[in-house]
Design a protein around this ligand. Sequence first.
Ligand SMILES: *Cc1c(COP(=O)(O)O)cnc(C)c1O
Length: 388
Amino acid sequence: MADVSWIELSRSALQKNIRFLHKLIGKQAAFCSVIKGNAYGHGIEQFVPLVETFGVRRFAVFNAAEARRVHASGTKHSRIMIMGALSADELDWVMKNDISFYIFELDRLKAALQIHKKFKFKARIHLELETGLHRMGLYPRELEKALAIITANPEAFILEGVCTHYAGAESISNHLRIQNQIANYHEMLAKVNRTGLSPKYRHTACSAAVLNYPETILDMVRFGIAQYGYWPTRETRMRYMLQTGKAENKRFRDPLKRIITWKSRVMNIQEVDPGEFVGYGTVFQTGRRSQIAAVPVGYALGFSRLLSNRGHVLICGHRAGVIGIVNMNMLLVDVTNIHRIRVGDEVVLIGKQKNHTITVSSFSEMSEGLNYEILVRLPSDIPRYVVE
Ligand SMILES: *Cc1c(COP(=O)(O)O)cnc(C)c1O
């Protein structure tokens, strides 16, 4: 491979995740794959066709630009749902292509009605209810107005969903708030039902809600982080282990498998005498005769300068420390103890090699690194390939 660095997506790991998550939600609930943020860094163009091969047909994105990318890379059978930003001039393309979208304020509903009147396209809508996150969503008074518009124009709207989003279902510290949200959701849903409208999908659960509040599963779930093989938090993982009696098991086999491996190759190897400074400035000085390898990945590709002198990579099945300052386009690694190393050897920046793993969170400069944030920051111009 000629790429200086690339990302591999494991088909078998994804298959295991999808199977495990399907088991969690049962046969009744639909699986919606959340692929905002460039499929959490995995690459929309690679991830969508891959997950489609496991029967997933529903995709949730944040904005119209992402919807266009799914539209171009998915099969004709897949359905797209826009959960966030959508400008008035994108709405006719969205409606024309049968893409569904959230309604969290009345203006968007009115704009959709105008487009229906002009072009006759129907609006597939999901009413997003404000239940306590206080981010987006219809308050009870707005919901009443929305329902009046929808029931007065039945030819214009397909009420595909009624939904909400929880304010931190991954942590027990939010328990009361989540309970209130669940109650508020059902109260507002009853209001919808009283108008005679019946949404096809009642959906509220993200990955953490499925795991911690199975009663939130309803007709559809929106799986983001878990499908990519990460627990929303360590706490969620621990709760799962306790509930399934696996916490005592030293050989706990994680049902969630990471899909991503980020790789590069050794570009150069140098012998350096003891007492020499290596790289820019005086950050690292050799204490012995050393072998230093250069890897063509730097902060331009998202390998943070904060990992200077403290990050690790995997080479020849060994962990090797990053030394000196991370440069724009390369980093240096001390490989003195790796005797078999050659230029061109594979370097793992995130993922597994032999018995070692660099996790996404350890890759981060923060100790409580948020997987979500690190994943979405993987630059979209790193090539992505599907492997077995
Ligand atoms: C991102 C997002 C999800 C998926 O959340 P995960 O924690 O990654 O499973 C679900 N619903 C909404 C509205 C979101 O924005």
